[in-house]
Design a protein around this ligand. Structure first.
Ligand SMILES: C[S@@+](CC[C@H](N)C(=O)[O-])C[C@H]1O[C@@H](n2cnc3c(N)ncnc32)[C@H](O)[C@@H]1O
Length: 306
């Protein structure tokens, strides 16, 4: 287990309350581990092809921001079905060594199948099943930490980022992308509003709860990184685009089986008919982004470089 956060003696510094963004003790990630193994998170296996096509521009941007040289060791955090690890192996070949870490057995299994099917098979990728918040990582191993949407699911983000920081070599770099708010991302907003129209409002949740938008508040993310010991870093919003040739009904199917729509379906015990109606509405609304050469849906990311 990672060490708990130690705050200054509060009886002496009575005006100093622990900041909201760090917990006093390390919390369990059991809910998220269940979600990514047995819940809607495991749908990422079914939709892997479509997702990777949608996120191609984002993966390219992520790789552009990495600082990688021959001989470097790279950790892909929350590697899922392996898109970023595979893209790195294609770009750098066997001159680097890549470790993909994740808590999801089905996603790791899928990643492993995909890696084995690549000819020649990249010798440089290894996959490990571990919770990067609670499993102490070997100190000072990695030159580069990287993540495409794999770092927003920690119950205790400070514990996770302290652990990750300890695994970085001096002068190592960390780059990750997360999502800005639902309102800034139509590919979440449209399914969410279609699901609410059909099923009613979701129970209120803390926007900082583990989930895709947990780091949409830049000040919150800034506090987490600072309290985890990072010093030279930036967190910024950046616009990108999901450009895909997926037919609009397939894109609607994908968007309704991941993210807020499926969460609301679960919460309200939605029926197959509800799901179909929501999907139809989402497909209609995605038509706004049809260019004639495929869909182009704007996205707003949170990009961290440290
Ligand atoms: C949104 S998916 C992104 C997957 C992949 N990076 C991609 O872009 O396709 C988030 C991933 O983070 C993983 N994850 C969540 N919590 C984790 C934790 N505590 N330690 C390691 N991986 C975690 C999930 O299992 C999931 O594969």
């Amino acid at each position: 287990m990672a060490e708990p956060v130690h705050w200054p003696n509060l009886s002496v510094l009575s005006v100093t309350k622990p900041p909201l963004f760090c917990n006093m003790t390390t919390r369990s990630n059991d809910n998220q581990i269940r979600f990514w193994n047995h819940g809607p998170g495991s749908n990422w296996v079914t939709y892997q092809r479509g997702l990777d096509q949608c996120f191609e521009n984002i993966n390219r941007r992520l790789l552009e921001l990495c600082v990688i040289r021959p001989g470097h060791c790279i950790l892909d955090i929350g590697c899922g079905a392996g898109a970023t690890s595979i893209a790195l192996a294609k770009k750098y070949g066997n001159t680097v060594s890549i470790t993909g870490v994740d808590v999801s057995k089905p996603l790791l299994k899928h990643a492993s199948r995909r890696i084995r099917s690549i000819k020649p098979m990249p010798a440089s990728i290894r996959l490990i099943e571990a919770d990067v918040q609670n499993k102490p990582l070997k100190p000072a191993v990695y030159h580069q930490l990287v993540s495409r949407f794999g770092v927003m699911f920690f119950a205790d983000p400070c514990a996770a980022f302290r652990n990750l920081k300890s695994s970085l070599r001096p002068n190592g770099s960390m780059v990750f992308v997360a999502w800005s708010t639902v309102e800034n991302n139509p590919w979440f907003q449209i399914p969410k509003s279609a699901a609410i129209s059909r099923l009613g409002n979701a129970a209120p949740v803390d926007p900082r709860e583990p989930g895709p938008m947990a780091f949409a508040d830049l000040d919150y993310l800034d506090g987490i990184l600072r309290h985890s010991g990072f010093r030279n870093y930036s967190v910024e919003e950046e616009d990108n685009v999901i450009a895909t040739r997926l037919p609009v009904d397939q894109m609607a199917d994908l968007a309704c089986n991941l993210g807020p729509a499926i969460r609301l379906m679960k919460e309200k015990n939605g029926t197959v008919q509800d799901h179909e109606t929501i999907k139809e509405e989402v497909a209609n609304r995605f038509m706004e982004y049809e260019t004639g050469g495929g869909l182009e849906v704007p996205v707003r990311l949170v990009v961290c470089r440290a």
